[in-house]
Design a binder for this molecule. Structure first.
Ligand SMILES: [Zn+2]
Length: 173
């Protein structure tokens, strides 16, 4: 039978992931669905200031992203981030007072994932920057060896998140 008669079934056809906005296959090579349903814990750190900032993000929220994007969410949420102009490797040095934290990632239909970055402004967490995931420079992510001059409200959020990851507790829905 000529192979030209083989039509891709509905499960092979790609779908556009609302996060990376790429046409990705519906199935992974191992046969699993290439769509991961996000829970709030995958997207948002637990803080009243961050929850308040979410209400200002316009647009329809998507609920499922591709597998690769779901992995990126896990990597980015709760990660410390430094300003775009700062250079060098902060891994072994103490944190700086302009270090912020990725407090939320929201997949917005038609606009891709919005990454919400928070800094301490007069001791309170503020959404100082919102960047599209595809535009975010990964060199900005920072893993300081100690708190250093990082604002206490940013550092405690970071520590709580790391503690939760290490506790191995299953994420609540
Ligand atoms: Zn994606």
């Amino acid at each position: 039978m000529p192979t030209g008669n083989v039509l891709p079934g509905p499960k092979i056809a790609p779908w556009v992931c609302p996060s990376c906005r790429e046409a990705v296959p519906r199935l992974l090579p191992n046969g699993l669905r290439n769509r991961v349903r996000l829970t709030e814990r995958n997207m948002v750190l637990q803080s009243p200031e961050i929850h308040a900032a979410l209400t200002k993000v316009q647009g329809l929220r998507a609920t499922e992203v591709c597998y690769a994007c779901a992995e990126i969410y896990q990597e980015l949420l709760g990660t410390l981030i430094r300003p775009p102009w700062e250079e060098g490797d902060a891994r072994s040095s103490p944190g700086l007072n302009d270090t912020g934290i990725i407090g939320a990632l929201l997949p917005i239909a038609g606009r891709g994932t919005q990454v919400l970055i928070f800094h301490a402004v007069h001791g309170t967490l503020c959404n100082t920057e919102t960047e599209e995931l595809r535009q975010l420079n990964p060199d900005r992510l920072t893993y300081p060896g100690s708190r250093g001059a990082i604002a206490p409200c940013v550092w405690s959020l970071y520590e709580d998140h790391v503690a939760e990851l290490h506790s191995g507790a299953p994420p609540s829905p």
